[in-house]
Design a protein around this ligand. Structure first.
Ligand code: FAD
Length: 336
């Protein structure tokens, strides 16, 4: 009998884990609470308009991830992005300088959207979306999942027995699910806080006359701004994405989207930007790990058949998420 594994979370770590498990001969079902896949590699879309409001770009340092990235490029779902990058001082934006460390950085993005590589990997998988898992039940050495009342087909889904569960979700969301079963893992989640990030998406009728396509900002409230339509394969409408610093986002965590969008637009204008035709904001409550783990990349309990993966257990960021999912798949199949 082929073991059946539940993967919870269809961000990059979850689909990386699931596709590796399938390649290694397992049967896998992936669940996500959202309506789509991608998690924090996410794109907001409208009429003739889109913006990557989560991950902005990624780099590839690990040879295994570089090999995977080549596959994505060959499939047309990722491409290099070569923006002119500046470093700005919020107190003195006129003194913009080119990014000192930029010469060696090769940046990549999903094409035509940041979520595209995840969607491509997920194409081959058995996926159940709009399905928030709110508890795990251990029964006769197997696992069952419990879902929110609103989940379609809930009774059937709650009757499936799984041989193992892989949680590919941020620590704050994983902890409630695992605490009744794995106190040591829950304790690790408790120590790994994620910091928030407010993101604003601005649309313009005309090109914004800033002499760069992206900038790192010192001294907040913004930490990063980018001309999203400069990325390859995007619609041409002038669109900027602004990311606030973690400190500003924490201070304004309970602000409304309108308030955050207004404050970040004002900060953009103080840097030399113009007034957008429309602006909207999104709050990422769990955006990035405070400090990336130096660990083996995943947690796996072979007695319980329960594991965790995600960027927060690896080197952080997109590359770390993929590596972490792969590491967990190999632990589940006892390869590493
Ligand atoms: P996620 O993408 O968070 O996936 C977790 C998934 O689990 C989500 O889809 C969620 O809906 C689902 N989920 C959670 N709880 C449940 C539940 N109970 N039941 C079912 N499903 C659940 N990285 C870079 O490399 N470069 C960057 O420039 C960069 N910039 C960033 C900017 C921002 C604003 C943010 C938010 C992130 C950025 N990152 C960046 C980080 C990068 O996006 C992440 O490292 C990576 O996408 C994490 O993938 P993941 O699979 O570990 O987690």
């Amino acid at each position: 009998n082929t073991p059946h594994i539940a993967v919870i979370g269809a961000g990059l770590a979850g689909v990386s884990c699931a596709s590796q498990l399938e390649q290694l001969g397992m049967r896998v079902t992936v669940f996500d609470k959202s309506r789509g896949t991608g998690g924090r590699m996410s794109t907001r879309r409208g009429d003739q308009w889109q913006a990557d409001h989560g991950a902005q770009y990624f780099t590839a340092r690990d040879p295994l991830f570089s090999k995977e990235l080549l596959r994505w490029q060959q499939a047309g779902v990722a491409s290099a992005w070569q923006p002119a990058v500046a470093v700005l001082d919020a107190q003195n934006p006129d003194a913009a300088r080119r990014h000192d460390n930029d010469s060696g950085t090769v940046r990549f993005v999903g094409v035509p959207r940041m979520s595209s590589p995840v969607r491509w990997l997920a194409d081959e998988l058995q996926l159940t979306l709009s399905a928030r898992v709110n508890a795990l039940i251990r029964r006769e050495n197997r696992w069952r999942l419990c879902f929110d009342d609103s989940v379609e087909d809930r009774a059937r889904l709650e009757n499936i027995d799984f041989d193992a569960v892989a949680l590919a979700i941020p620590p704050e969301q994983a902890v409630a699910l695992i605490r009744p079963h794995a106190a040591a893992f829950a304790a690790q989640c408790d120590t790994r806080a994620m910091r928030p990030c407010w993101a604003a998406m601005l649309r313009f009728d005309a090109r914004v006359a800033l002499p760069f396509d992206a900038a790192f900002i010192n001294d907040g409230p913004l930490r990063w701004i980018a001309r999203d339509n400069h990325k390859p394969g995007r619609p041409s409408q002038e669109t900027w994405v602004l990311h606030a610093t973690a400190a500003w986002s924490e201070q304004h965590l309970e602000s409304s989207a309108d308030e955050a969008s207004q404050a970040l637009t004002d900060a953009f204008k103080a840097l030399g930007g113009t007034t957008p035709t429309t602006a909207t904001a999104h709050r990422w409550r769990y955006a990035e790990p405070t400090t990336p783990a130096q660990s083996q990349g995943c947690l796996w309990d072979a007695a319980l058949n329960l594991g965790l993966c995600g960027d927060w257990l690896s080197a952080g960021r997109v590359e770390g998420a993929w590596l972490s999912g792969r590491a967990l798949a190999r632990s589940i199949t006892s390869l590493e």
